[in-house]
Design a protein around this ligand. Structure first.
Ligand code: GDP
Length: 378
């Protein structure tokens, strides 16, 4: 079946100085050539690839623009960003026979390289430069090559090659937790009794005032979140409602939500007031969330005497003591083994599932199953 010719708006909708439209398909030059009149009179098809042609779009009132043949089957058109100009361009191309698709549909249907298209989509949602760099490596082929290499080893099917394939799969599997957070933030949940300084700590970590800080215990009634980046990793920090037994039904619901947020979080931080005596409630919180990071806040105030506290990080949101240390501790919990540049990284659910399935199959000696799971990615 002959491929259709698509026209795709590459720039985001809304006002912009320039809009870029891609015509992609076997009849791209023909369709664009129907409307494009170059300033020098030369037909678009006569321009060399990548040469920029200035001219007018001969449709409706007409419009000055530039066109460029990027390959035998791709023409890029750059016109004024106003909606009327773009609308006329798309309308004329649709009349010529182009099918208008969104850039996400267009990418998803690229026949050349599935993982590369997926990486291009993910790149558009990368929240930080660091995650974008990792996704760019995958766009350039890091993950695809790793999968092909594992397939090649499995196809040899001798014991050594299969063992090497398993090692490579395990390495990929170990990157899944980070791969999940190249487009979605990690969730860090803070819990602690009211007034210990949770909101203030979030403000200190994020670098601006975000949640409600109040002298009144119980002021933080619901989950308040703030988005930030720690060492280039996207992180959402949730300030849970103060965890304490309460008669107030509104607060009671908040406490339940707080517990759920803590369960869902990628890292938990329990905040205590270093100037207040260590209490049974404090100990109960530590016992309930044994893997949480303990933070003893308000160390600028005289330290309370009393029972020994669990090991943790001492902070003050007034002097900012310990805030960097807290950020570092969170980073090493969230991303303990950051990948070296160029490393292969799975980055979407279908990758995580296929890697897990292939690993399972190999552990049962099911070579064809492993091959099928991995081939489904390509
Ligand atoms: P939350 O209820 O746990 O979110 O606590 P807040 O962040 O609202 O802080 C409660 C009170 O403690 C506010 O008056 C803050 O200014 C104060 N506070 C927070 N952190 C510190 C700190 O490190 N040192 C001192 N001295 N006061 C703090």
């Amino acid at each position: 079946m002959t491929r259709k010719t698509f026209c795709v708006m590459l720039t985001p909708p809304g006002r912009g100085a320039i809009a870029s439209v891609l015509v992609d398909g076997p009849r791209a030059a023909e369709f664009a050539g129907r409307f494009f009149r170059s300033a020098g009179g030369k037909p678009l098809a006569g321009y060399a690839l990548d040469a920029i042609a200035f001219g007018r779009w001969d449709f409706g009132p007409g419009e000055d623009l530039v066109a460029c043949r990027r390959s035998e089957h791709r023409v890029e058109i750059h016109c004024h960003g106003g909606q009327a100009a773009v609308g006329a361009l798309l309308e004329s191309l649709a009349m010529a026979g182009c099918q208008t698709v969104s850039w996400t549909e267009w990418l998803a249907n690229q026949p050349e390289d599935r993982i590369q298209s997926q990486a291009a989509l993910a790149l558009a949602h990368a929240p930080t430069e660091r995650t974008a760099a990792i996704l760019l490596d995958q766009f350039s082929g890091a993950f695809g090559s790793a999968i092909n290499e594992v397939l090649r080893l499995l196809e040899f099917s001798d014991a050594n090659s299969v063992a090497a394939a398993r090692t490579s799969l395990e390495a990929l599997q170990s990157r899944v937790p980070l791969g999940r957070h190249l487009t979605e933030p990690f969730l860090v949940a803070l819990a602690g009794r009211p007034n210990v300084g949770k909101s203030s700590l979030i403000n200190a970590l994020v670098g601006y005032r975000r949640s409600i800080v109040s002298d009144q215990p119980g002021a933080t009634r619901d989950i308040v979140t703030a988005a930030t980046a720690l060492a280039g990793w996207p992180v959402e920090i949730a300030d849970t409602a103060g965890l304490r037994p309460t008669e107030d039904s509104l607060e009671h619901a908040g406490v339940r939500r707080a517990e759920q947020t803590l369960r869902d979080a990628d890292a938990r931080v329990l905040v205590f007031d270093a100037s207040a005596r260590w209490s049974g409630d404090d100990q109960a919180l530590v016992d309930a969330w044994p893997d949480a990071l303990a933070v003893h806040n308000k160390i600028d105030l005289p330290r309370a005497a009393g029972p020994t506290r669990p090991a943790g990080i001492d902070t003050s949101t007034i002097t900012m003591a310990g805030i960097d240390k807290l950020a570092d501790a969170l980073i090493s919990r969230l991303a303990p083994n950051p990948p070296p540049p160029g490393a292969p990284m799975p980055f979407r659910a279908s990758h995580f599932e296929a890697i897990a399935e292939a690993g399972q199959c190999l552990s049962h000696g099911d070579l064809p199953g492993a091959l099928a799971a991995l081939r489904s990615l390509l």
